[in-house]
Design a protein around this ligand. Structure first.
Ligand code: NAG
Length: 423
């Protein structure tokens, strides 16, 4: 900076003959002092009136050489201030207009309710179902007409990679006597396998983007697919109990649903706190008096087993998850599913307004609950779950067989030789 500042002074002095070094310095000092005096005379309080709204604080400068630059800066600064003021003005106008717009829109379709007395007020959580649109897929509509009971059914997606587990899945469903279930076959082999086993099956019409994932995809890819496939079921007016196939049914799940929320899901939690939510206090000692920050925590919903009602928020959820999975190919469908369900609206983001319910962790049991807690507890061992999901364990087949031995055949020691987690 210093060297740059010298330049105009030197140029000014080099109009005629070059000055000697001594006189150049003297001239610079004289000009500097003169400018300093002028500045001090005209701006006794400095250049910047300190506007209270100004976020930037400028140090007072004593050195008079900075005068020129400071004047420029002062000018820019005042321009900036006035632009900021204008900007704030516009922002206020935009806010006011959008609020007016919102109010105008609300008045149109809104039914006005009167709040009842203390303790009697209850908000809507059971959203109205959509009007069924049979034209979007008449073939599926016909299948659902036959398979569903009270417009509800279990749906699973499967390709050949999981044939053995699929067989265990439908064998147990049949044993319980559940009739309203449907396999969405992702390849010929599974379609034929279902047909030959008298299992209700639906093969989607060819759709390149979806079919490639369906035929060759691993676990996670197929999981993402279901959010697209389910949309048509909801549009047709059906409630779907989506089930992965590493799940064993011991009772009819439709006897244990509440049906009061858009999404009713099993949890990855392993006890009441983690599954149903708790206040997790975060400690930051350096904050002293305010060292404790309270946070809300809940273990994620398991996107491999949830009941979803045919409502607008439900369909919006499917669309949002499917959209994000296609835009963010590395994302995990279960994480996305939960983020969309739980993150509230905030600046720049509009959250989903869907109602949700966590299923009972002992009736809709994940394999961590079973192997870590239930099998070791004399009381909990006696409970009969509706389903068990082998979501926490990679040795699925072996554990599934043992779980069936335990709950169906009453073999009391069937679960004992497994470690709590994988080893
Ligand atoms: C967990 O929650 C259930 C249902 O709310 C309750 O009956 C049970 O006593 C709770 N268990 C514990 C250990 O708090």
């Amino acid at each position: 900076m210093a060297s740059r500042r010298e330049t105009p002074l030197m140029r000014g002095g080099s109009g005629g003959q070059p000055l000697s070094r001594g006189s150049r310095i003297a001239a610079a000092v004289v000009v500097g002092v003169a400018l300093g005096c002028l500045c001090a005379f005209f701006y006794p309080d400095g250049f910047f009136s300190r506007a209270p709204e100004s976020a930037i604080h400028w140090p007072r400068r004593a050195d008079s050489v900075a005068c020129d630059t400071s004047r420029e800066v002062a000018h820019l600064k005042s321009q900036l201030l006035s632009l900021e003021k204008k900007n704030a003005e516009f922002r206020k106008q935009v806010n006011e207009l959008s609020m007016k717009l919102q109010l105008a829109g609300q008045g149109k379709n809104e039914v006005l309710y009167k709040a009842g007395p203390f303790g009697t007020v209850k908000a809507l959580r059971t959203n109205p179902t959509v009007t069924p649109d049979l034209s979007i897929n008449p073939r599926l509509a016909q299948i659902l007409e036959q398979v569903a009971v009270k417009k509800e059914l279990i749906v699973a997606l499967a390709n050949s990679n999981v044939k053995e587990m699929l067989e265990m899945w439908f064998t147990n469903i049949k044993r319980v006597g559940i009739s309203n279930y449907l396999v969405v076959a992702l390849d010929d082999s599974i379609e034929n396998f279902c047909k030959s086993n008298d299992v209700p099956v639906y093969r989607r019409d060819p759709d390149d983007g979806v079919d490639n994932i369906g035929k060759t995809g691993g676990n996670h890819a197929v999981s993402g697919l279901k959010f697209r496939v389910l949309r048509e079921f909801l549009q047709l007016g059906y409630s779907v109990l989506l089930s992965d196939i590493d799940i064993i049914f011991f009772q009819d799940p439709f006897d244990y649903l509440y049906r009061d929320s858009d999404v009713e899901s099993m949890s990855d939690g392993h006890n009441n706190m983690t599954a149903y939510g708790f206040n997790d206090v975060f400690d930051e000692p350096s904050m002293g008096w305010a060292r404790y920050a309270h946070t809300m925590r809940v273990w994620v919903y398991n996107s491999g087993f949830f009941f979803i009602r045919p409502t607008i928020p439900s369909i919006e959820l499917l669309d949002r998850v499917a959209g994000r999975l296609s835009r963010e190919p590395k994302s995990w469908d279960q994480a996305v599913f939960n983020e969309e369900l739980f993150f509230p609206s905030h600046p720049g983001y509009e959250g989903l307004h869907a109602s949700k319910r966590t299923m009972d962790i002992y009736l809709f049991m994940n394999s961590k609950v079973l192997f870590k807690t239930v099998r070791k507890d004399v009381h909990l061992r006696k409970l009969k779950p509706v389903i068990v999901h082998l979501n926490y364990h990679p040795d699925k087949s072996d554990r599934m067989k043992a779980v069936i031995e335990f709950y169906v055949n009453g073999k009391q020691n069937a679960l004992e030789h497994f470690p709590d987690g994988s080893e």
